[in-house]
Design a protein. Structure first.
Length: 447
């Protein structure tokens, strides 16, 4: 590698020939696999002796282990390359689905029984296996943060917001198809076993896409001259010609917090995930227990949500991303999200589906814009590490939101949705004041 090529790489030029298709496909496949079981997971938890609190704790189990694993995987992706870590993460997901299938076919053996004020609580062997599956998927669950870092590697700053929208749209396309597949496959004589098997096969397809189709993305920023005589092998494969990458050193949480604006962005990341997880634990329980929805109707609900998200992120965001800054769009989306949660407190199905439109529209505008801001603030050198610690902030919020959401729903019922509503109003106020204080003009946050 000559001196001229070193200088070019050090600046972090994006290789134009790298296609977004593989990472979009992996994102789509990953969401498709997860969303297949989303509609009936609460049904399985209740069948195996759990309640809304156990359902929340099960979700928090994934988040707790992701809290541990995501920063490690994010750092490894900076050091060893995004592709290898995405492959490792996807293998963990595949093994977790195998455990999920085991939980469905083993005898429903009772391990613990307790009478509570809300009814009888059982801990059964299938429930324990489900917890183990969620833990395994969580500890290897850095795929989102690594995928975000991958996209930052192969995208120019001008196109970053639009391409984050494309990635979110690919994920939400999976979110449309997955719940619909769950309803159709779950209605067969095989019950939940068939959709879970489909999720496992889909995960296996993702492994092959990452291994054989996806190119490595890390731009290989040099921090010192290369020792041409040294050959490193990672996972049995020779590393690139630029063996020493800036950011390859271990990055601590304190290092990340010293980056300008990162503490505030991590706070917002935490609050956003906290609000979402109050909703995601409370709504399926509310739909099954209070509204009396079956698997087909719950699947239709999540499919509609995904459809609107795809339209917003794939079309609307592409139209408006060049006209408004990331900060402005994040603020606008947070307002729509706050309004949607107040509508979810109604048991009128017309208002609930109106809330879905606000929720999906707000999320589709807010989240890609926020991720674009985060990637710009992180810079290229510590992109993977920042994304990993951000994912950990989200995991910590998920643990709190899922457990507290399940517990609070048992006490307050539908009024639980007021909590994420107020949280998004808080996010709006904090972001508005921050951007105004930093720039005096919201449109300058991206400069």
């Amino acid at each position: 590698m000559n001196a001229e090529s070193k200088t070019s790489i050090q600046k972090g030029d994006v290789p134009e020939q790298v296609s977004l298709f593989p990472i979009l496909l992996v994102n789509f496949i990953g969401t498709l696999g997860y969303s297949i079981i989303l509609p009936f997971l609460i049904i399985l938890v209740i069948r195996f002796g759990g309640d809304e609190l156990i359902y929340g704790i099960m979700g928090a189990t994934y988040s707790f282990f992701q809290l541990i694993g995501a920063p490690i995987l994010g750092n490894w992706s900076d050091r060893y390359g995004r592709k290898k870590i995405l492959l490792l993460s996807q293998v963990g997901t595949f093994l977790a689905w195998i455990l999920f299938i085991v939980a469905l076919i083993i005898p429903d053996t009772e391990l613990f029984h307790m009478n509570t004020s809300s009814g009888s609580l059982l801990l059964t062997m299938p429930l324990v296996i489900l917890f183990l599956a969620r833990a395994l998927d969580g500890i290897t669950g850095g795929n989102v943060s690594v995928a975000n870092a991958y996209l930052a590697d192969v995208t120019t700053e001008d196109d970053r917001k639009k391409n984050y929208g494309k990635m979110a749209a690919a994920a939400n396309l999976g979110f449309i198809i997955g719940p619909a597949m769950a309803g159709v496959l779950g209605a067969t004589v095989f019950g939940e076993l068939l959709p879970v098997t489909a999720a496992m096969i889909i995960s296996l397809i993702a492994i092959f896409v990452i291994a054989f189709i996806m190119p490595e993305s890390n731009p290989c920023i040099l921090s010192k001259p290369v020792d041409a005589k040294r050959i490193n092998k990672i996972f049995g494969q020779e590393h690139k010609d630029c063996y020493k990458i800036a950011g390859a050193e271990k990055v601590s949480f304190n290092n990340v917090l010293r980056i300008k604006h990162i503490p505030f962005m991590l706070l917002l990341y935490f609050l956003i995930f906290l609000a979402f997880n109050f909703f995601y634990v409370a709504f399926p329980v509310h739909a099954v227990q209070s509204l009396g929805w079956n698997l087909l109707k719950l699947g239709f609900f999540f499919s509609l949500m995904g459809l609107i998200l795809v339209l917003v992120e794939g079309y609307v965001l592409g139209k408006i991303s060049g006209k408004y800054s990331d900060g402005t769009l994040t603020i606008a989306g947070s307002i729509l999200l706050g309004m949607s949660f107040f509508l979810f407190t109604s048991e009128n199905e017309i208002l609930i589906f109106a809330a879905v439109m606000l929720f999906a529209g707000g999320n589709g505008i807010m989240w890609p814009s926020f991720l674009s801001q985060l990637s710009k603030v992180a810079g290229q050198k510590y992109q993977g590490a920042v994304q990993g610690f951000a994912s950990s902030a989200g995991s910590l919020a998920s643990i709190i939101g899922l457990i507290a959401g399940g517990f609070i729903y048992g006490l307050l019922g539908v009024k639980t949705f007021l909590i994420p509503g107020f949280l998004f109003l808080l996010i709006f106020v904090l972001l508005f004041l921050f951007l105004l204080n930093e720039n005096g003009d919201l449109s300058k946050i991206d400069d």
